[in-house]
Design a protein around this ligand. Structure first.
Ligand code: PHE
Length: 511
């Protein structure tokens, strides 16, 4: 068993931590977090975000890695091993990331284009108009999306140890060094940086509404790659050598640190070079993509000649972050298909990447506004539509499932007594030292209730904010879940869905 893990899985504990951190650190940290901070009033949002990581994120993180490590298998088998009827959650956390891949690569493609573009004269894309015309082009964004997907596919094809782990070990430190460099540069831009710092670090709760709290939770799950099977899949490639609690904490801390550093890199530079009025809500009228694709390029050109280099460093860093995330998102379905259908890794990756690329094309057109914005669903562009389904509904559901599974169903006796859970967790080899009791109570009661509460109030709030059209998003989410439940009980409930050792057997027979 131990040898099996070693052969196909991560070669070392630090390799696992870096790969998982690579999954966690992505567009969510470098773009979503600063953007949401800006939209929700600054430092107060940051504080709530950190609380979400502590009380929900870290608990779900331990649970998911544990579920994977315990099962040594894909997510469907992993949930089946907790309780057979829970297997559909394993399917849910394969479907959600696969949806996410399709739009995440579009954004990754944009980033690639911006990195390449950094040296093109005076920042060829440095204003809103050129951004709009670039994204509205029917060809160029698609080319970059497919290019980005191809990079990710190549890494996955090389395998867990020789691909995912190897590249994470190089790329994550590189990312961190670039980020620290940009933070230092940004903090030394002189007068005007203080107001950016104050916005980011001195909480003012008057700007934070309950929708901000909901946004913070969604952001925490997304940023930590939770509720989407990735941590289960990566956890399954670890063995006894990994310290569960310590690894989970390191991943959470690293991910949060990168998000905070991204804020430190951006807000002082924005206030110094663009003006204070750009801090809150990024100035009037800026939308989601505004931050890194419109405002930052303007910041870079305000830096003069050196701006080209800073721009390149920044976008190269975002490409790295997005790449190590996208490989983890795809690995979930690749792992399942290999194990369930006994296909080989290269072929499977090729198929998954091709299908996702095809789906990403209309998404790129829709979000970029090609064809005069004609491609939308109930008034939402495809990306927003899918992103809302994933973020508001399915991801919290996945994280809820993980806590429920560990907290209630691994313990066969189904008791509400956390101390019994504690004992069964110990028997399962979970060792968290002094945090053991806290974890047992959190995973059983507090975290699932918090997740449900924030999820339901999130839906209500979003409907209020966006009007009845939001029910289409909720309805689509419910349909997806219903479909997956049916599919699970029809096709996978009675079938053996395989485990990690199967990939190895496949390789051996081939050799
Ligand atoms: N955590 C990644 C980010 O912050 C995104 C991601 C989501 C990765 C889901 C894996 C699974 O961008």
């Amino acid at each position: 068993m131990e040898q099996t893990t070693k052969k196909n899985g991560f070669a070392s504990g630090i390799g696992f931590v870096l790969a998982a951190a690579g999954s966690a650190v992505g567009l969510g940290n470098l773009w979503g977090f600063p953007y949401k901070t800006s939209a929700n009033g600054g430092a107060a949002f940051v504080l709530v975000y950190i609380l979400c990581v502590l009380f929900m994120g870290s608990i779900a993180m331990i649970s998911e890695i544990f579920i994977g490590k315990r099962a040594q298998s894909n997510t469907v088998t992993a949930y089946k091993k907790i309780k057979k009827k829970m297997g559909w959650i394993g399917l849910l956390v394969i479907a959600v990331p696969t949806i996410i891949v399709c739009y995440y690569t579009v954004l990754g493609g944009w980033t690639l284009r911006f990195a390449v573009n950094s040296f093109q004269g005076a920042n060829g894309l440095s204003n809103a108009t050129s951004f709009v015309s670039f994204t509205a082009d029917p060809i160029v964004p698609v080319v970059f999306t497919v290019l980005f997907m191809a990079l990710a596919a190549l890494i996955i094809m090389a395998g867990v140890k020789n691909g995912i782990e190897k590249y994470s070990k190089i790329l994550m430190p590189a990312l961190f060094i670039i980020l620290v460099g940009i933070v230092i540069f940004s903090l030394t831009l002189g007068p005007g940086t203080e107001s950016g710092l104050a916005f980011f670090l001195q909480p003012d709760f008057s700007e934070l509404g309950f929708d901000g709290v909901v946004a913070a939770m969604g952001q925490a799950f997304f940023s930590l790659s939770l509720g989407m099977g990735t941590m289960i899949a990566y956890g399954s490639y670890t063995g006894k050598e990994i310290k569960l609690g310590k690894s989970a904490m390191m991943i959470c801390i690293f991910d949060t640190l990168v998000a905070l550093l991204a804020g430190l890199a951006m807000f002082p530079a924005i206030s110094a070079l663009m003006g204070e009025e750009f801090l809150l809500g990024l100035g009037a009228g800026a939308s989601g993509p505004g931050l890194i694709y419109v405002v930052l390029p303007q910041v870079f050109s305000a830096m003069g000649g050196v701006g080209q280099f800073v721009s390149f460093a920044f976008f190269a860093m975002v490409v790295i972050a997005a790449l190590t995330s996208v490989i983890s998102i795809m690995e979930v379905s690749v792992q399942f298909i290999i194990q369930r259908f006994k296909t080989n890794r290269k072929k499977t990756t090729l198929i998954v990447a091709s299908v996702c690329s095809l789906v990403s094309i209309p998404i790129a057109w829709s979000v970029g506004g090609a064809f005069d914005g004609g491609l939308n669903l109930f008034g939402y562009d495809f990306l927003t539509f899918l992103d809302e389904i994933a973020n508001t509904l399915l991801m919290p559901l996945g994280a809820f499932g993980a806590c429920l599974g560990v907290g209630w169903f691994i313990d066969k006796k189904l008791t509400a007594n956390p101390m019994k859970t504690l004992r069964s967790l110990r028997e399962e080899g979970v060792e968290l030292g002094v945090f053991m009791k806290i974890y047992a109570v959190m995973v059983k009661f507090i975290t699932p209730i918090l997740i449900l509460f924030v999820m339901l109030s999130g839906i209500v709030g979003k409907v209020g904010e966006n009007g009845p059209s939001y029910w289409w998003i909720v309805g689509a989410g419910v349909l997806i879940v219903a479909f997956l439940v049916l599919a699970y009980f029809k096709f996978f409930y009675k079938t053996d869905c395989g485990e990690n050792a199967d990939e190895e057997k496949l390789e051996k027979t081939k050799a």
